[in-house]
Write a protein of this length. Structure first.
Length: 250
């Protein structure tokens, strides 16, 4: 396929649905070959792959738990085995669980930090080892809650604040190797996970819409184009940045 990412290979973690699936499809539409990572939703990942291939793109699904070091090594190794290179990683896989302080447990803490923070570091580390002499691109999906920090989100907000800090640190560390690292901070986006949690309905949604200058919650298609831009040559002098994509909701 032709496009601004023609000839490049990308891994998108957590790409079986929602924001990850939209990012994978948008990268493929610009010519990248895709590895659609999933942890448990094989059907969703296969659906993402089918959508990409139906549009003329190249894609495979690879199962891996990003919090498992061996799984991550296998994910990146399989990418290079299938496509002979790696150019782009989008760290999208994540979990969230809002609880008041009295209900925070060790398990609650580690589940979110293991996937949202450790997983991002493990995938970035293995990818950086495999990027070629021309460098590579890493985009981390954080959230407006990194700074908004709503009640009940102490652990989740902490993980997303960590993602922003890691983005800046890795950009400085890896820049000399021509590896750019950026982040996006979406606002409330209408995804399957958000719907299942009931976060896109009732007074919560109405409140967010009232506080959002553009007057609506987001959709996965609102996030994906920004990621395409950040990994393209058009953003070749951008690294260490965090882009809010939230309709002005901060």
């Amino acid at each position: 396929m032709n496009g601004k990412l023609a000839g490049r290979v990308a891994v998108v973690t957590g790409a079986s649905k929602g924001i990850g699936a939209a990012i994978a499809a948008s990268l493929a539409a610009e010519g990248a070959a895709l590895v659609v990572n999933y942890s448990s939703d094989q059907k969703g990942a296969e659906k993402t792959v089918a959508q990409i291939t139906a549009a003329g793109g190249r894609a495979i699904a690879v199962q891996a738990n990003v919090a498992d070091e061996d799984d991550v090594k296998r994910l990146i190794a399989e990418t290079v085995h299938q496509f002979d290179r790696l150019d782009i990683v989008v760290n999208n896989a994540g979990v969230y669980d809002f609880l008041p302080l009295e209900e925070v447990t060790v398990e609650h803490f580690h589940r979110q930090f293991n996937i949202n923070v450790l997983g991002l570091l493990l995938v970035s580390r293995e990818a950086a080892r495999r990027f070629g002499p021309t460098g590579g691109n890493i985009v981390n999906v954080s959230s407006v809650v990194a700074t908004l920090a709503p009640p009940g989100g102490s652990v989740y907000s902490a993980t997303k604040a960590a993602v922003v800090a890691i983005t800046r640190s890795l950009a400085q560390e890896l820049g000399s190797r021509k590896i750019r690292v950026n982040a996006v901070n979406p606002g409330l986006v209408e995804t399957e996970g958000v719907q299942a949690a009931g976060m896109d309905e009732g007074e919560m949604r109405a409140s967010i819409e009232r506080r959002t200058p553009l007057g609506r919650v987001g959709a996965p298609r609102d996030i994906a184009p920004a990621v395409v831009f950040l990994v393209s040559d058009e953003a070749s002098w951008i690294t260490g940045e965090t882009l809010y994509i939230s309709g002005g909701f901060r």
